[in-house]
Design a protein around this ligand. Structure first.
Ligand code: MN
Length: 136
């Protein structure tokens, strides 16, 4: 049977956009509740078990933004080049206000991942999460 090239509409979108703004970062976006929940990762997303990355939650983006690639013009917020680093779908395994467990189905990231809300000592930010690949 031939593999479908287009994702099933039932499967929520997973995408990571590499964003060469003032500082290079990776924007992880997950389709949840009809929007793209978003986190900015200052370091390259973890492809292997044992690497934990800071993921700072940012504002929700519209679903249509998942396919965006291009240059945000100078003078605009987030000015710089955006390109898709990885894309696919995910399955929600567990969901709580401060915890998400997902199965990512994509090329660079594949397998079970966790997003855990974290309060770092001394940090006043309420948007810090840790993103890492889980043992299955
Ligand atoms: Mn960004």
């Amino acid at each position: 049977m031939q593999q479908k090239q287009h994702q099933n509409a039932q499967e929520p979108i997973y995408v990571i956009q590499q964003h060469n703004a003032k500082s290079l970062h990776w924007d992880l976006r997950l389709e949840i509740d009809n929007t793209l929940k978003s986190w900015a990762l200052p370091k390259e997303p973890p492809t292997e078990i044992g690497i934990k990355r800071l993921a700072v939650q940012t504002q929700d983006h519209p679903i249509e933004y998942a396919t965006f690639e291009g240059t945000i013009p100078e003078g605009s917020y987030g000015a710089g080049e955006v390109k898709i680093w990885d894309k696919g779908t995910f399955t929600l395994i567990e969901s709580d206000t401060d915890k998400l467990i997902i199965d990512i189905h994509a090329k660079k990231l594949n397998g079970t991942y966790a997003l855990i809300k974290t309060h770092f000592k001394g940090s006043t930010s309420k948007n810090n999460w840790l993103f890492f690949k889980k043992k299955t």
